[in-house]
Design a protein around this ligand. Structure first.
Ligand code: S3P
Length: 436
């Protein structure tokens, strides 16, 4: 059993200077996956060396893929080709990562060998039927535990055929899982999204010279092609930058520059929402790097106001709500979120866990079935349980900047899944944070 880690944050301080947060988690997973399935050598820079991405890399290594690194974000993968993976000797452990499990399910459904995907306690509770059911329609044979939960036992050697799939939930993971299975399917695989979700899979497939058609909400590809190795420069993760965008917005006197942040239009809900709340954000040096838009973001402290969050922004900010709830707690007036039921099936039930934590810190936060109502107020000091959820832990760490007393956040070990080095970087920027 690894030792648990708690954060202790002292109030006061501001966030200043220039920092670069680690690489984008979604893009990092996909670069390992497509690089492993490509023909030739794929060179990745800026890779997130978080535990989630290392789970994905470990899975491909267990299936015979050779890769050097990662060292300081550099990874060189010798692609095995779409049909070059070997049967793994044991179950593939996806750790805490829903993205890894759902996307790998799509890839493994197309293999000639059997495989099994397992995960940690949190992942073992998360819904997998959303991928096993449509993959089954494509001809995959996947057995889940009760209630459609992990582990997933995937039978190899079943021929896949393309399907036309209207997605019931706006989920990039479901879309990506089906598109990856579609690489192995006969004919065309298409998904239609109820609302736009992150499009990194489509962009990266094109970067690997694989044809993907996008027409409105419908995305499709044909099986039977090949992926051609390429170079990938992973931008800094806007989801990780979010903690600093919120921290600097709420802490008086802050002026912080976040370098090289990915600002893909399907990921910038957090910028749109913070701006509606009155945040002072400036996008500088906007450029395109390897098919993904990137900018430096300058954020200065501002008086935030409560808003009704537009529902069309929800899928575009889906991972950013724990931090946005801290912003709402510091805003004047009420913030109302609706249409965000998906938050209940993330690494924790983020509506329940955040509402509970905010209440412990003296904030009026009321859960609704698909959202929350938060009345801005004065955050008190206190003790919070992150429920092992990395984003909850980092969000409450930022709350510590402006609380009336010190905040202790329990169970922060999983911050390493998405943001290795968070403590050092946050301290460097001005947060008085101790990890023990
Ligand atoms: C991700 C998609 C999102 C997000 C997750 C990463 C991805 O999940 O919450 O952290 O990389 O495709 P859903 O697609 O389930 O909303």
């Amino acid at each position: 059993m690894t030792k648990s880690i708690d954060y202790l944050i002292q109030p006061g301080g501001k966030l200043t200077g220039r920092i670069r947060v680690p690489g984008d988690k979604s893009i990092s997973h996909r670069s390992v996956m497509l690089g492993s399935l490509a023909e030739g050598e794929t060179r990745v820079t800026g890779l997130l060396e978080g535990e989630d991405v290392l789970s994905t890399l470990g899975a491909f290594r267990a299936m015979g893929v050779r890769a050097e690194g990662p060292v300081q974000g550099k990874l060189v993968i010798q692609g095995a080709g779409l049909h070059g993976l070997k049967a793994p000797a044991k179950p593939l452990d996806m750790g805490n990562s829903g993205t890894a499990m759902r996307l790998m399910a799509g890839i493994l459904a197309g293999q000639s060998f059997d495989s099994e995907l397992i995960g940690d306690e949190s992942l073992s509770k998360r819904p997998m039927k959303r991928v096993s059911e449509p993959l089954g329609r494509m001809g995959a044979v996947i057995e889940t535990a009760e209630g459609g939960r992990p582990p997933l036992r995937i039978r190899g050697g079943h021929k896949l055929r393309g399907i036309e799939y209207p997605m019931p939930v706006a989920s990039a993971q479901v879309k990506s899982s089906l598109l990856l299975a579609g690489l192995y399917a006969e004919g065309e695989t298409s998904v239609t999204e109820p609302a736009p979700t992150r499009d990194h899979t489509e962009r990266m497939l094109r970067g690997f010279d694989y044809g993907v058609k996008t027409g409105g909400a419908r995305i499709s590809l044909r099986g039977g092609g090949r992926l051609k190795a390429c170079s990938i420069d992973v931008p800094a993760d806007i989801s990780s930058a979010t903690f600093f965008l919120v921290g600097a917005s709420i802490a008086a006197g802050s002026d912080l520059l976040l370098e090289h942040v990915g600002i893909n239009p399907t990921r910038i809900g957090v910028l749109n929402i913070l701006r509606l709340m009155g945040a002072n954000l400036e996008l500088l040096n906007t450029r395109e790097v390897g098919g993904e838009p990137v900018a430096d973001i300058r954020v200065r402290a501002a008086q935030l106001r409560g808003i009704r969050i537009p529902e069309d922004q929800v899928p575009l900010a889906i991972d950013e709500f724990p931090a946005l709830f801290i912003a709402a707690a510091c805003a004047s007036g009420e913030t109302v979120l609706t249409g965000a039921h998906e938050l209940r099936v993330k690494e924790s039930d983020r509506i329940a866990v955040m509402a509970q934590g905010l209440k412990w810190l003296g904030i009026d936060a009321r859960e609704t079935p698909d959202g929350i109502i938060i009345k801005g107020g004065r955050l008190q000091g206190g003790e919070i349980d992150s429920h092992g959820d990395h984003r909850i832990a980092m969000s409450f760490a930022m709350a510590g900047l402006v609380a009336a007393g010190s905040i202790k956040v329990r169970d922060c070990k999983n911050v390493d899944t998405s943001f290795p080095g968070f403590v050092e970087l946050a301290r460097h920027a001005g947060l008085t944070l101790e990890a023990k």
